[in-house]
Design a protein around this ligand. Structure first.
Ligand code: C2E
Ligand code: CA
Ligand code: CA
Length: 372
């Protein structure tokens, strides 16, 4: 990759604010030359980075603030540029110039991250579990841990609202720490129910970059002296953020007995190189392909191909988001190993698991009676 500064005007100054955030100070105030600078930054980044044979798709989100018109103090300028940058990221625009109307969103975001901090300190989260079913025998194979954040009124703030905000800071690492600690406790609960499950938990891109991830994961995996197994779900884009680092961390965790699943497969890069090079033993086909297999030939073809690919890579394959019995039947006939979705069960609190198991047993008892 080329140095970004080569593409900037001579008098521009480039600063790294930390992580993947940079600030550029330019003296151009006319929009036209400024747009030219912005375009060259985008172009420079788009001419793909190639690291150890991986083509990395790198992009930039750009937010602008104007000295001294919008702010005359560096802290405020950076804050405004940051707010404009997030708006640009969200709307996938080339750039956004700060203005006051952006503040509402930003204020909401700040609100959520402030309450997230409190939620972490006060341990306000709950960890719920969604059953994953073995399609060969319709038995419970495992569970996926999904975080829940209760509101005082008894409803829940959905993870889709707060996880991506947590991911913009190190709050996500603290959330993952909590999830791991909770899983370590819940393992014993599943054990006491006489179950032997594969317990899945989700990791974010920032977790893979956390230098403590390997140790924390290994102590979760090794400290687990029960018959429950631990599997980590990671999306492709999280693995792609830093392939070499991901590979190293995943190899060490695998050596300690942990396993990895590629989450939301089909929605990201669907990279065959990643499948080949990373120690992954499971592929989860994203729910957006699953419920349409009855009426979309394209989705059916994709699902069949991913199942075929998984088999040949000696990975097992999970269909996510299964909502109907006909879908489960079709998936089983296609050779899909595992299924997860509202058809079987929504995510439930661990305290409801004993009940869930009992219901399952009475259902299968009835099924057995009927077969005689
Ligand atoms: P995900 O990892 O893809 O999790 C599956 C999501 O699909 C869950 O949403 C689950 O409740 C939902 N789902 C399951 N079956 C069905 C179905 O049949 N139909 C439909 N429409 N949806 C179904 P949830 O719990 O709201 O979580 C959303 C996302 O938030 C997760 O997507 C994951 O990316 C993230 N997330 C949740 N918990 C955690 C966590 O502990 N750590 C991290 N890093 N991310 C988490
Ligand atoms: Ca997942
Ligand atoms: Ca998923």
């Amino acid at each position: 990759g080329k140095n970004i500064s080569e593409h900037l005007p001579d008098d521009a100054q480039l600063f790294r604010l930390g992580g993947d955030e940079f600030a550029v100070i330019v003296t151009q105030v006319e929009l036209e030359p400024l747009q030219h600078t912005i375009n060259t930054i985008h172009l420079a980044l788009e001419s793909a980075f190639c690291i150890e044979n991986y083509d990395l798709l790198v992009g930039a989100s750009i937010g602008l603030s104007h000295f001294p018109i919008l702010a005359n103090e560096i802290g405020l300028l950076l804050q405004q540029a940051d707010i404009a940058m997030y708006s640009s990221k969200k709307l996938a625009t080339l750039y956004t110039i700060y203005d006051l109307t952006l503040e509402n969103n930003a204020a909401e975001k700040m609100n959520i991250s402030a309450s997230l901090k409190r939620a972490i300190e006060q341990q306000e989260f709950e960890l719920w579990y969604q059953p994953i079913i073995n399609l060969r025998n319709n038995r419970l194979y495992g569970v996926e841990a999904l975080i829940r954040w209760p509101r005082p009124d008894g409803s829940y703030t959905p993870p889709s609202v707060f996880i991506h905000i947590a991911e913009q800071t190190t709050l996500i690492n603290q959330i993952t720490d909590w999830v791991m600690q909770q899983v370590a406790k819940d393992v014993e609960h599943f054990e006491s129910l006489g179950l032997s499950l594969c317990i899945h938990l989700n990791l974010s891109a920032k977790d893979l970059q956390d230098p403590n991830l390997v140790n924390k994961s290994i102590s979760l995996v090794k400290g687990n002296h029960s018959s429950q197994k631990i599997m980590f779900e990671i999306t492709e884009s999280a693995m792609m953020t830093n392939v070499e680092q991901a590979k190293g961390a995943m190899a060490q965790i695998t050596a300690a007995g942990g396993t990895f699943s590629i989450d939301d497969f089909g929605t990201g890069f669907s990279s065959l190189e990643l499948l080949r090079d990373l120690p992954v033993t499971q592929i989860k086909i994203d729910g957006s392909f699953i419920n349409s297999i009855h009426h979309s030939d394209a989705d059916l073809a994709i699902v069949k191909s991913v199942i075929f690919l998984s088999k040949h890579l000696k990975c097992n394959v999970v269909a996510e988001g299964v909502e109907r019995s006909a879908t489960a039947t079709l998936l089983a006939s296609l050779g899909c190993d595992l299924a997860q979705g509202y058809y079987y069960s929504k995510p439930i609190p661990i305290s409801s698991f004993a009940n869930y198991i009992q219901e399952q047993q009475s259902v299968s008892a009835v099924a057995n009676q009927n077969s005689f």
